[in-house]
Design a binder for this molecule. Structure first.
Ligand SMILES: *Cc1c(COP(=O)(O)O)cnc(C)c1O
Length: 386
């Protein structure tokens, strides 16, 4: 039986997969079952921050796997303590709750916001304002926070208490801030929604409103975080300090891990027994994340900005490119007269793996991609979009 036949026979059909059977990778290159080489501009949807099988990352992960792979949150382990300390010192946040995915991190953020409000204001002040066109995950509650109708078929009833405001429309946000609201939740660049950045003035005004009304500002940096936009956190570009930041995708460099970073207001909101997850802070995942965080120094972050700007300028010179949105190496290409899915297939046939986000092509290359790999990928894009 071929892999494709096995897949359709034994795996739930939730993914429309592209025609690539991947067997190994190194840096921003990977190879399929027939030995065909591809350049990777996806990082496994923003996950493989250091590309495929970075030597230091792989060494840390395998050494931890041979030492202590898991013991549970009933006990202390060093990789998780080190990661929490590193994340707090680098971001200025105060405490961390570890989990396993972006949706789970957002669930943790939502629970924290509701408990903070319960502790300070009692029952009933539990609503959360999110934005239209947002994406916060696939669990019932994070879907409830997701402002895209396409995800809302079939699965009702949803979790109560989410309101949606228009992105970049401060009057609309204000009109939604009734006395029973406890938090505002945003992605600074809407990723799945089509790489749509929020305006700085809009974000700063939300931050000011949250401060004034004691609403928690939750910034979902599951996609934008961990250096993707050229800063460790995208909120540094906006000069805001959220109360809660969620991370996942790029944090583990390829292993499942999520984190809820808690600011001063809510650092002690969750107490013993209030929340938990079996795998949270898993030593192997944390050992990988520690390497990612260490390698994300000023030099690498600067490179992300520079390579992103270079990609953008080369793409803007292509005839079929209308606009390039995003920051650092999180880019969305708006095209003239080209379908995004079809274009991604054309790229794949020519040996370049890219993503789509709605009508745009989406690029999330490994943060440490080499010049040579970048040029090779760009050559394909220029062929397809030129
Ligand atoms: C991918 C993503 C999520 C969901 O993450 P999972 O790990 O798939 O649960 C949530 N928010 C944003 C902004 C994302 O990009």
């Amino acid at each position: 039986m071929s892999w494709k036949q096995q897949d359709s026979k034994y795996i739930a059909g939730t993914y429309a997969r592209y025609d690539l059977e991947a067997v190994k990778g190194k840096g921003a290159r990977c190879w399929d079952v027939n030995g065909k080489e591809y350049i990777d501009f996806t990082s496994g949807i923003g996950v493989n921050s250091l590309g495929f099988c970075d030597e230091d990352w792989a060494a840390a992960v395998s050494s931890q796997a041979q030492k202590l792979q898991h013991i549970s949150n009933l006990y202390y382990t060093q990789p998780m303590e080190d990661l929490a300390q590193g994340l707090c010192q680098r971001t200025g946040m105060n405490k961390v709750f570890f989990c396993n995915s972006g949706a789970e991190a957002n669930e943790g953020a939502i629970k924290t916001a509701r408990k903070y409000s319960f502790d300070h204001y009692g029952k009933g002040r539990h609503k959360i304002v999110a934005l239209e066109n947002s994406f916060h995950g696939r669990t019932i509650t994070t879907l409830s926070a997701t402002g895209q109708a396409v995800f809302h078929q079939y699965f009702d009833p949803f979790t109560d208490g989410f309101l949606f405001a228009k992105a970049n429309d401060i009057q609309d946000i204000k009109s939604k801030l009734s006395p029973d609201v406890c938090a505002v939740m945003v992605e600074l660049i809407q990723g799945e929604g089509g790489v749509v950045p929020l305006r700085e003035d809009f974000v700063r005004e939300i931050a000011a409103l949250c401060k004034e009304k004691d609403l928690l500002l939750i910034v979902d940096e599951v996609q934008t975080g961990m250096g993707r936009t050229g800063k460790l956190l995208c909120c540094e570009h906006y000069a805001i300090k959220p109360d809660i930041v969620t991370l996942a995708k790029g944090l583990g460099g390829g292993l499942p891990i999520g984190a809820v970073l808690l600011g001063e207001k809510c650092e002690n909101t969750l107490g013993a027994g209030d929340h938990g997850t079996t795998y949270g802070g898993n030593p192997v995942a944390c050992a990988g994340a520690n390497v990612v965080l260490k390698k994300l120094d000023e030099n690498l972050l600067e490179q992300v900005s520079q390579k992103g700007a270079y990609l953008k300028s080369r793409l803007l010179a292509c005839k079929k490119v209308e606009r390039v949105d995003g920051k650092g190496m999180m880019l969305g290409i708006a095209m003239k007269g080209k379908d995004s899915k079809q274009t991604a297939k054309e790229c794949l046939e020519r040996g370049l793996v890219v993503l789509t986000a709605k009508a745009k092509l989406r690029l999330l290359p490994p943060l440490n991609i080499s010049r040579e790999e970048l040029e090779k990928g760009l050559a394909v894009l220029e062929e397809v979009l030129g």
